[in-house]
Write a protein that binds this ligand. Structure first.
Ligand code: IMP
Length: 178
Protein backbone atom coordinates (compact mmCIF):
# COMPACT_ATOMS: atom_id res chain seq x y z
CA UNK A 1 0.00 0.00 0.00
CA UNK A 2 1.41 3.40 -1.00
CA UNK A 3 2.38 5.79 1.81
CA UNK A 4 -0.62 7.95 2.57
CA UNK A 5 -2.66 9.77 5.18
CA UNK A 6 -6.40 10.26 5.52
CA UNK A 7 -7.64 13.85 5.64
CA UNK A 8 -11.23 14.41 6.89
CA UNK A 9 -13.60 15.82 4.25
CA UNK A 10 -17.13 15.32 5.63
CA UNK A 11 -17.54 14.87 9.39
CA UNK A 12 -19.89 12.28 10.91
CA UNK A 13 -22.35 14.94 12.14
CA UNK A 14 -22.66 16.48 8.68
CA UNK A 15 -23.19 13.02 7.16
CA UNK A 16 -25.99 12.10 9.53
CA UNK A 17 -27.74 15.47 9.12
CA UNK A 18 -27.66 15.19 5.33
CA UNK A 19 -28.78 11.54 5.36
CA UNK A 20 -31.73 12.54 7.58
CA UNK A 21 -32.66 15.29 5.06
CA UNK A 22 -32.55 12.84 2.16
CA UNK A 23 -34.60 10.28 4.12
CA UNK A 24 -37.20 12.93 4.92
CA UNK A 25 -37.52 13.84 1.23
CA UNK A 26 -37.80 10.16 0.26
CA UNK A 27 -40.40 9.59 3.02
CA UNK A 28 -42.52 12.46 1.66
CA UNK A 29 -42.18 11.26 -1.95
CA UNK A 30 -43.18 7.64 -1.18
CA UNK A 31 -45.65 8.34 1.68
CA UNK A 32 -47.94 5.35 2.30
CA UNK A 33 -46.37 3.30 -0.50
CA UNK A 34 -44.27 0.13 -0.69
CA UNK A 35 -40.62 0.72 -1.51
CA UNK A 36 -37.93 -1.78 -2.38
CA UNK A 37 -34.60 -0.27 -1.33
CA UNK A 38 -31.68 -1.78 -3.26
CA UNK A 39 -28.26 -1.09 -1.76
CA UNK A 40 -25.19 -1.49 -3.95
CA UNK A 41 -22.54 -3.50 -2.11
CA UNK A 42 -20.23 -3.04 -0.66
CA UNK A 43 -19.71 0.72 -0.60
CA UNK A 44 -23.33 1.78 0.07
CA UNK A 45 -24.01 -0.52 3.03
CA UNK A 46 -23.57 2.13 5.74
CA UNK A 47 -25.40 4.87 3.79
CA UNK A 48 -28.21 2.42 3.00
CA UNK A 49 -28.56 1.36 6.66
CA UNK A 50 -28.66 4.95 7.92
CA UNK A 51 -31.09 6.00 5.18
CA UNK A 52 -33.45 3.12 6.02
CA UNK A 53 -33.50 3.91 9.73
CA UNK A 54 -34.62 7.45 8.94
CA UNK A 55 -37.50 6.56 6.59
CA UNK A 56 -40.98 7.07 8.03
CA UNK A 57 -44.55 6.43 6.88
CA UNK A 58 -43.85 3.89 4.14
CA UNK A 59 -43.39 0.13 3.94
CA UNK A 60 -39.90 -0.92 2.92
CA UNK A 61 -38.14 -4.05 1.87
CA UNK A 62 -34.39 -4.20 1.41
CA UNK A 63 -32.22 -6.08 -1.00
CA UNK A 64 -28.61 -5.80 -2.09
CA UNK A 65 -26.78 -6.11 -5.36
CA UNK A 66 -23.01 -6.46 -5.43
CA UNK A 67 -20.84 -5.31 -8.27
CA UNK A 68 -17.25 -4.42 -8.88
CA UNK A 69 -15.50 -2.06 -11.23
CA UNK A 70 -12.40 -0.90 -9.36
CA UNK A 71 -10.57 -4.02 -8.23
CA UNK A 72 -7.74 -2.85 -6.02
CA UNK A 73 -6.94 0.31 -7.97
CA UNK A 74 -8.19 3.88 -7.47
CA UNK A 75 -9.23 4.23 -11.12
CA UNK A 76 -12.39 2.67 -12.47
CA UNK A 77 -11.87 -0.08 -15.03
CA UNK A 78 -15.12 0.89 -16.73
CA UNK A 79 -16.14 -2.76 -16.80
CA UNK A 80 -18.93 -3.48 -14.35
CA UNK A 81 -19.48 -7.03 -13.12
CA UNK A 82 -22.43 -8.19 -11.05
CA UNK A 83 -21.06 -10.35 -8.24
CA UNK A 84 -24.41 -10.91 -6.49
CA UNK A 85 -27.79 -10.22 -8.07
CA UNK A 86 -31.04 -9.34 -6.28
CA UNK A 87 -33.03 -11.92 -4.33
CA UNK A 88 -36.28 -9.92 -4.54
CA UNK A 89 -38.25 -9.62 -7.80
CA UNK A 90 -38.25 -6.06 -9.14
CA UNK A 91 -41.06 -6.30 -11.69
CA UNK A 92 -43.91 -3.91 -10.87
CA UNK A 93 -42.18 -2.59 -7.73
CA UNK A 94 -41.21 0.93 -6.72
CA UNK A 95 -37.44 0.68 -6.47
CA UNK A 96 -34.87 2.99 -4.90
CA UNK A 97 -31.30 2.20 -5.89
CA UNK A 98 -28.81 3.36 -3.25
CA UNK A 99 -25.20 4.04 -4.27
CA UNK A 100 -22.21 5.46 -2.40
CA UNK A 101 -20.53 7.48 -5.19
CA UNK A 102 -21.21 8.46 -8.77
CA UNK A 103 -17.98 9.25 -10.62
CA UNK A 104 -17.78 8.35 -14.33
CA UNK A 105 -21.41 7.19 -14.08
CA UNK A 106 -20.66 3.81 -15.69
CA UNK A 107 -21.62 1.71 -12.65
CA UNK A 108 -24.97 3.42 -12.15
CA UNK A 109 -25.74 3.42 -15.87
CA UNK A 110 -25.12 -0.33 -15.98
CA UNK A 111 -27.18 -1.11 -12.86
CA UNK A 112 -30.07 1.19 -13.79
CA UNK A 113 -30.28 -0.53 -17.20
CA UNK A 114 -30.07 -3.94 -15.48
CA UNK A 115 -33.04 -3.06 -13.25
CA UNK A 116 -35.05 -1.34 -16.01
CA UNK A 117 -34.92 -4.56 -18.03
CA UNK A 118 -36.95 -6.20 -15.24
CA UNK A 119 -39.71 -3.56 -15.57
CA UNK A 120 -40.00 -1.98 -12.13
CA UNK A 121 -43.03 0.27 -11.64
CA UNK A 122 -40.63 3.10 -10.91
CA UNK A 123 -36.88 3.42 -10.41
CA UNK A 124 -35.13 6.24 -8.61
CA UNK A 125 -31.54 6.55 -7.42
CA UNK A 126 -30.05 7.98 -4.23
CA UNK A 127 -26.32 8.74 -4.17
CA UNK A 128 -24.35 9.93 -1.16
CA UNK A 129 -21.42 11.51 -3.03
CA UNK A 130 -21.35 13.04 -6.50
CA UNK A 131 -18.00 13.55 -8.24
CA UNK A 132 -19.17 15.34 -11.41
CA UNK A 133 -15.75 16.08 -12.91
CA UNK A 134 -15.02 12.73 -14.55
CA UNK A 135 -18.55 11.91 -15.72
CA UNK A 136 -18.48 9.89 -18.97
CA UNK A 137 -22.19 9.16 -19.23
CA UNK A 138 -25.10 11.16 -17.91
CA UNK A 139 -27.07 9.24 -15.31
CA UNK A 140 -30.24 10.07 -13.45
CA UNK A 141 -29.69 10.84 -9.76
CA UNK A 142 -32.86 11.72 -7.83
CA UNK A 143 -31.44 12.18 -4.31
CA UNK A 144 -27.90 13.47 -3.86
CA UNK A 145 -26.02 13.89 -0.58
CA UNK A 146 -22.93 15.96 -1.36
CA UNK A 147 -21.01 17.12 -4.40
CA UNK A 148 -17.28 16.58 -3.80
CA UNK A 149 -14.12 17.38 -5.77
CA UNK A 150 -12.26 14.82 -7.90
CA UNK A 151 -10.44 13.16 -4.99
CA UNK A 152 -10.26 9.56 -3.81
CA UNK A 153 -12.34 9.15 -0.65
CA UNK A 154 -12.82 6.45 1.98
CA UNK A 155 -14.95 5.88 5.07
CA UNK A 156 -18.65 5.50 5.91
CA UNK A 157 -18.66 2.17 4.03
CA UNK A 158 -16.37 3.30 1.19
CA UNK A 159 -13.03 1.54 0.79
CA UNK A 160 -9.60 1.74 -0.68
CA UNK A 161 -8.62 -1.87 -1.49
CA UNK A 162 -11.04 -3.00 1.28
CA UNK A 163 -9.54 -0.69 3.90
CA UNK A 164 -11.15 2.18 5.85
CA UNK A 165 -14.83 1.20 5.44
CA UNK A 166 -15.19 1.51 9.23
CA UNK A 167 -14.40 5.24 9.46
CA UNK A 168 -17.47 7.20 10.69
CA UNK A 169 -16.53 10.14 8.45
CA UNK A 170 -15.56 10.62 4.78
CA UNK A 171 -11.84 11.20 4.35
CA UNK A 172 -9.59 11.94 1.38
CA UNK A 173 -6.64 9.62 0.70
CA UNK A 174 -3.59 11.86 0.31
CA UNK A 175 -0.60 10.06 -1.16
CA UNK A 176 2.76 11.06 0.30
CA UNK A 177 6.01 11.33 -1.67
CA UNK A 178 4.13 11.99 -4.94
P1 IMP B 1 -18.23 5.13 -11.55
O1 IMP B 1 -18.68 3.85 -12.20
O2 IMP B 1 -16.96 5.67 -12.14
O3 IMP B 1 -19.31 6.17 -11.45
O4 IMP B 1 -17.77 4.76 -10.11
C1 IMP B 1 -18.65 4.44 -9.13
C2 IMP B 1 -18.08 3.37 -8.24
O5 IMP B 1 -16.67 3.52 -8.06
C3 IMP B 1 -18.72 3.51 -6.89
O6 IMP B 1 -19.57 2.41 -6.68
C4 IMP B 1 -17.60 3.48 -5.91
O7 IMP B 1 -17.63 2.26 -5.22
C5 IMP B 1 -16.34 3.55 -6.72
N1 IMP B 1 -15.64 4.81 -6.43
C6 IMP B 1 -15.70 5.97 -7.14
N2 IMP B 1 -14.97 6.93 -6.55
C7 IMP B 1 -14.44 6.36 -5.44
C8 IMP B 1 -13.62 6.87 -4.37
O8 IMP B 1 -13.22 8.05 -4.33
N3 IMP B 1 -13.32 5.99 -3.39
C9 IMP B 1 -13.73 4.69 -3.38
N4 IMP B 1 -14.52 4.19 -4.35
C10 IMP B 1 -14.87 5.02 -5.36
Amino acid sequence: MRLHRIEPLIEADALSARVRDLAMQISVDYQGRDLLVVGILKGAFVFCADLLRNLHGLRTQVDFIACSSYGVATETSGVVRILKDLNEPVTGREVLLVEDIVDTGLTLQYLQAHLHRQHPRSLRTAVLLDKPYRRQVSVQVDYRGFEIPDVFVVGYGIDWAEHYRHLPYIGVVRFLND
